[in-house]
Design a binder for this molecule. Sequence first.
Ligand SMILES: C[S@@+](CC[C@H](N)C(=O)[O-])C[C@H]1O[C@@H](n2cnc3c(N)ncnc32)[C@H](O)[C@@H]1O
Length: 217
Amino acid sequence: MKQVKTGDDSVTYHNPKYDETYHSTSGAVEEACEKFVKPCKIEERSKEKDSIKVLDICFGLGYNSCAAIDAAECKIFITALENDEEIIHRIKEVDPQFENYSLLKELVRTKPRTHAWKLSTDQVNIKLILGDARDEIKKLKNKFDCIFLDPFSPKKCPELWTKEFMQDIYNVTAPGGILATYSCAKSVRDNLKEAGFKVEDGPCIGRKSPSTIATKQ
Ligand SMILES: C[S@@+](CC[C@H](N)C(=O)[O-])C[C@H]1O[C@@H](n2cnc3c(N)ncnc32)[C@H](O)[C@@H]1O
């Protein structure tokens, strides 16, 4: 896979199978912070709670999870789903400008015992599950305060934008929970609404169109 330098100097990769990059080329770290972590209000929520639970769907290089760790002021529990071991191993090759990226390098340093990597500190608990998000989400027992939905585009990866998958996400979202995604496609928003989410515009970062914020009321 080819490395690509993005507009904020952070690095991403180009995936040849999907013919897409893992992040916006306008800025990979910026995208994680501005399109995912800020709309989910991780910092604000972490000031009001003892702990916060995050579901990172499509972990990739873990930029969204790491931006969440950097922003959280309370204990953060992250469950992450990813089906491609190759991108997980690329974490060792990149050094994005996050305070806590060394934690993710530590997480994936050794082979997972089962199909999950786990790491726990006083502040952070991460479980990275290797498998198809559509199957793994059905096995989750927790309800999550914040959800990052970051698949490749609806055109290239339609299976992770379906009404059925949105319903499975809704079922593991805590009341008041917030989902953030970069897409503002009508079909995506319709599926989120049909699953039960209230849908609003997210910020416009690196392009004219907004991202999407979905809330479970
Ligand atoms: C746009 S990238 C995510 C980038 C990531 N959030 C990051 O910060 O690096 C999409 C990711 O979805 C993963 N993916 C594709 N299909 C999947 C599936 N069915 N289940 C789980 N992950 C999948 C890809 O391997 C890829 O890592």
